[in-house]
Design a protein around this ligand. Structure first.
Ligand code: MTE
Length: 330
């Protein structure tokens, strides 16, 4: 990722940013929505704890979800505020500044939307967003997201395990990897006219990583559909890997027997390995990965947090890499 001297990072909300009345009212609506949802009482208590932090402005369509029962799917850490999560973004198709996606992604046309499924799979074809959204029950998952640049957030995503879709399309026995391609539309995405990456943005996972229950196909966050800057209408969220593996605005999912060449791997193979598991013991060639800055608590005197192996999901995912040299396979 480009870290430039001009990129001084996140700016704090000032004390004068008093919560406007509309936001308070929307927050109440959001709490009511949660409390009456399928997860009922359990969610209500949890919602109260973080109500202030997670309130979405209520301008996007609600996306009700049940609380996930997948092991490790719900961290109890304090949520990043919706404002921070939707205004400090990496989505290079809209520019390389953190504020570019929120400013420019409004142009993205998310309807109609479909995803091409192809390669080594029994049921290839084009699936409409509506059908994808009906494939499995929507779950709320509260994941840490650790960017390779050294910052992190805690976000309540809405979606279901990618494994559900994989099961539905039935990969062939020869499939070993999954390649993800995202939208590259020069008419609506000013960033794809720049040479910062070889577009489209392509990512990849080993099939067993893609099938891991924590790997999420996300359609929403904070109880609503995804804001465009966060990868509407659907994206990947792979919580134990650096954020760039979590490809936004997916248009194609291809099953293959060869390790996909990813956009970041093509741009700088010595810096961005295929696995990109969060690992405090393996530095990026240009900076340490031992600590991170949690967005929202990054005052002048705020202590950095220690980055955890597999971003804290070691108990759930370490077995995927048994016997592998994690330094060689970075
Ligand atoms: N997906 C696409 N298509 N283009 C991008 O530039 N950036 C990645 C990832 N997915 C990116 C992308 C990076 S570097 C990060 S850290 C996360 O998106 C950020 O997700 P967020 O903005 O929702 O926090």
């Amino acid at each position: 990722m480009l870290i430039r001297p001009t990129d001084r990072g996140y700016e704090h909300p000032t004390p004068s940013e008093i919560t406007p009345r509309a936001l308070v009212e929307n927050r109440r609506a959001w709490l009511a929505r949660l409390a009456t949802g399928a997860a009922g009482a359990a969610l209500a208590g949890w919602a109260a704890r973080d109500a202030l932090a997670q309130a979405a402005p209520g301008q996007l369509a609600p996306l009700p979800a049940v609380k996930s029962t997948v092991a490790g799917a719900t961290t109890m850490e304090k949520l990043t505020s919706y404002k921070d999560a939707s205004s400090y973004n990496n989505f290079y198709e809209f520019g390389t500044d953190k504020s570019d996606p929120a400013r420019l992604a409004g142009r993205l046309k998310t309807e109609p939307w479909s995803v091409q499924i192809d390669g080594l799979v029994k049921k290839p074809g084009r699936m409409a967003l509506e059908d994808l959204m009906k494939l499995a029950p929507m779950e709320e998952r509260i994941y840490r997201l650790r960017c390779v640049e050294g910052w992190s957030m805690v976000i309540p995503w809405v979606g279901y395990s990618l494994a559900e879709l994989i099961r539905h399309v039935e990969p062939l026995g020869s499939a070993r990897f999954v390649e993800f391609t995202t939208l590259a539309d020069p008419a609506t995405m000013p960033g794809v006219r720049s040479a910062v990456l070889d577009w489209p943005y392509v990512e990849g996972l080993r099939l067993d990583e893609a099938q891991h229950p924590l790997t999420l196909l996300a359609f929403g966050m904070y109880g609503e559909v995804l804001p465009k800057q966060n990868g509407a209408p659907l994206r990947l969220v792979v919580p134990w890997k650096y954020g760039f593996k979590s490809a936004k605005s997916l248009v194609r999912i291809r099953f293959t027997d060869r390790q996909p060449v990813t956009a970041w791997g093509r741009a700088a193979p010595q810096e961005y390995g295929f696995y990109s598991n969060v690992n405090p013991n393996v530095d990026h060639p240009r900076w340490s990965q031992a600590t991170e800055r949690r967005i929202g608590e990054d005052g002048l005197f705020a202590k950095k947090r220690k980055t955890l192996l597999f971003n804290g999901y070691e108990a759930q995912v370490a077995s995927l890499y048994a016997g592998m040299d994690l330094k060689a396979n970075f």
